[in-house]
Design a protein around this ligand. Structure first.
Ligand code: ME8
Length: 640
């Protein structure tokens, strides 16, 4: 089985933005998902460079259309690898191989008798590069761009699209999942209830000469949509048989709903007329919106995708886009939601699970992978969740697939809480159970690594590498990682996967000064005037400690009771952290404590030391950051 997917071939009238990034990232994720399932997968993208819109944008920029297209196409091409998306092909509609395909395609359609010359008048939106019927306009304006289309009347060539209306309706009825999700299939069927008009497929060179010549009349260029759709086959070599024949039977297109009609109506009828087989699926997603308006370059509220990914990290950015949009529905882009997802799902759930599990493995399992065993707690659940994940991905519900992966992460975190490996370790009779728990954590992490890989490839690969597994052999079947986890091989936590970050000030503030440290607060406390000698300083015994357990102190909104491992002993410390951190944020973390502080009673609990944190007053209260070693180091290590 193979998988061939395409993104839209993006217009080069402006730089890539978040909307383009979403479709490209999600298509990349699908290709990776299919690879993970053992299929050969290819996804392609490219740039759409002809037509009025590009000619106008180039003129505005004082460049020739090709110079202009070269520049913007280059920006698109270099953007994708920076977002960890790896298209296997990139097509520009100005390339010779594409011009050859368009020419061959037009020849076929013409020979079929499906092209005629005629006169037409209509409302043309340059932003959409298409005619609108009176009925499709909203208050006389383009529904997408909210601009008034110009009225264009001229002699042109037409494609007899109307002749294929009944055939198309029949195809949609016989193949209910040809257009997915169903709401878009229904929309297209609704559209096809009205008589379908023929499609104007040319522009007279007297008005626009930036396009591909019609093979049968060189006074005309090809209409940009008729030209662009053919990129989906020119990029895989058509009209040559190969590699076209290898990929085309498995084709799926990914688009947003703005270009539903050209893909659901023009393209299938064009293929039919040219005697070519249809693609398998048209997968249609909704819009990312900012303040309820569609985000896009022509409507003036575009967001620079790269800007966002630089602020928040590419992997977190990909995760957020895939997790927060239900495929098919619109989604409001809210930066705070991204930050919240980062901290809760990535730093807390996944990041903490990783740190805690590997810390347990270091402490109770000698830092090496445990042996395989017949049964481990939670293995059945892991297998079931992997199954659910697969089913959701197949159904385009990536957000639900990720939810299934996070259910696994949650179950593993809970396993640690319930089984309390630190307690099992104290009882020699429970050594078997302890080993099973550690094995379960390691297997679960390997599976979770594979499950996050399509959406967060670097993270998945890193998890596998740190577990001594080969990312090139990644496999979602639990049996795969299980087989390849080599008992006795060392595994260490390494640096945090997703260091918890406090974001503030919004994108604009962040993007302008990405690396600038926060300015010193005018209210920063003055430095202490009094000096201490080195000997006096050394009297303080500062130690690294691991948080084993944390709970709120009843009737206090400030205090948390922490159980800490100091290497040689366990301690209880009461810390004023409750307003800043949740107990579950702390478990598994390494902190620094003042270990030889005289004990004090707080809310009736004896506190044996103090957890160090940095803090400063802000207009909204207090900001606080725990002091922690920058790498994993054994609890009890001295801080000096
Ligand atoms: O339409 N939310 O190119 P284009 C989600 N050249 N996705 C969005 C989006 C948003 N707010 N804005 C844009 C064209 N997109 C033609 C295509 S194909 C043969 C020719 C994404 O640069 C989404 O994939 O205007 C949408 O369909 C596409 O960008 C439109 O890109």
């Amino acid at each position: 089985m193979r998988f061939y997917a395409t993104t839209p071939i993006y217009y080069v009238n402006a730089r890539p933005h978040l909307g383009h990034a979403y479709t490209t990232i999600i298509t990349d994720a699908f290709a990776r998902f299919h690879r993970l399932a053992g299929r050969e997968a290819l996804f392609i993208t490219g740039t759409d460079e002809h037509g009025d819109k590009i000619a106008q944008a180039a003129a505005k920029n004082g460049q020739s259309p090709l110079e202009y297209a070269d520049h913007i196409s280059g920006l698109f091409r270099e953007t994708w690898p920076r977002l960890n998306a790896e298209p296997g092909g990139f097509i520009r509609t100005t390339e010779d191989r594409h011009v050859r395909a368009v020419t061959a395609f037009l020849d076929r359609v013409e020979r079929r008798g499906d092209i005629y010359f005629g006169r037409y008048g209509g409302h043309y939106c340059v932003g959409c590069e298409r005619f609108y019927t009176e009925k499709e306009l909203v208050d006389g304006l383009c529904p997408d761009h909210r601009t008034k289309p110009g009225y264009v009347e001229e002699e042109n060539y037409f494609f007899r699209m109307s002749a294929y209306q009944d055939w198309l309706i029949d195809h949609l009825k016989k193949n209910p999942d040809f257009i997915r999700p169903e709401r878009y299939r229904n929309e297209v069927l609704g559209l096809l209830r009205e008589p379908l008009e023929d499609l104007c497929i040319s522009r007279p060179k007297s008005r626009l000469d930036w396009g591909i010549d019609l093979p049968f009349d060189d006074k005309f260029v090809t209409y940009v949509w008729f030209d662009a759709l053919i990129s989906y086959i020119s990029v895989i070599g058509w009209p040559d048989d190969e590699p076209f024949g290898r990929w085309w039977p498995h084709a799926q297109h990914f688009i947003a709903k703005d270009i539903l009609k050209p893909h659901a109506v023009f393209w299938p009828t064009m293929l039919k007329s040219a005697g070519l087989p249809l693609f398998q699926h048209l997968n249609v997603h909704g819009y990312w919106q900012l303040g309820q308006a569609k985000m896009g370059k022509s409507v003036g509220n575009a967001v620079d995708a790269l800007g966002l990914s630089e602020v928040y990290g590419v992997e977190a950015f990909r995760y957020f886009l895939a997790r927060d949009m239900a495929f098919g529905l619109d989604s409001e882009f809210v930066e705070d939601a991204l930050v919240a997802r980062y901290n809760s799902d990535l730093a807390n759930d996944l990041g903490n699970l990783w740190q805690r599990s590997l810390a347990m493995l270091a402490r109770f399992g000698g830092g090496v992978l445990p042996a395989d065993m017949e049964e481990t707690p939670g293995r059945d659940l892991a297998v079931r969740l992997a199954e659910e994940y697969r089913a959701h991905f197949q159904n385009l519900a990536v957000h639900k697939a990720l939810a299934a992966a996070w259910e696994l992460v949650g179950a593993l975190n809970k396993l640690i809480d319930v089984e309390a490996p630190w307690a099992l370790a104290k009882d020699p009779a429970k050594a078997g159970r302890l080993a099973a728990v550690l094995r379960s954590l390691v297997e679960g992490l390997a599976l979770a690594g594979a499950m996050v890989w399509p959406v967060m490839p670097r993270t998945g690969e890193e998890i596998w590498r740190r577990l001594g597994l080969d990312p090139a052999r990644m496999d979602m079947d639990l049996a795969g990682p299980r087989r390849n986890l080599v008992p006795g091989r060392p595994a260490a936590a390494g640096p945090a996967l997703f260091p918890r970050v406090e974001f503030g000030g919004g994108l604009a503030a962040q993007a302008e000064k990405p690396a600038a440290p926060p300015s010193p607060s005018p209210k920063a406390e003055p430095l202490a005037p009094e000096l201490v000698t080195i000997d006096e300083f050394r009297r303080l015994d500062l130690r690294v400690a691991e948080v084993l357990a944390a709970e709120a102190v009843p009737k206090s909104d400030k205090l948390l009771k922490l159980k800490l491992n100091l290497g040689t002993e366990e301690r209880t410390i009461v810390a004023g952290l409750a307003r800043h951190l949740r107990p579950e944020d702390l478990v598994g973390r390494l902190v620094v404590v003042a270990a030889n502080l005289a004990p004090a009673k707080l809310m009736g609990i004896t506190s044996q030391g103090m957890v160090l944190a940095a803090s400063r007053r802000t207009p909204d209260g207090e900001e606080l950051a725990l002091i922690a070693p920058s790498a994993i180091i054994a609890p009890g290590s001295r801080v000096s």
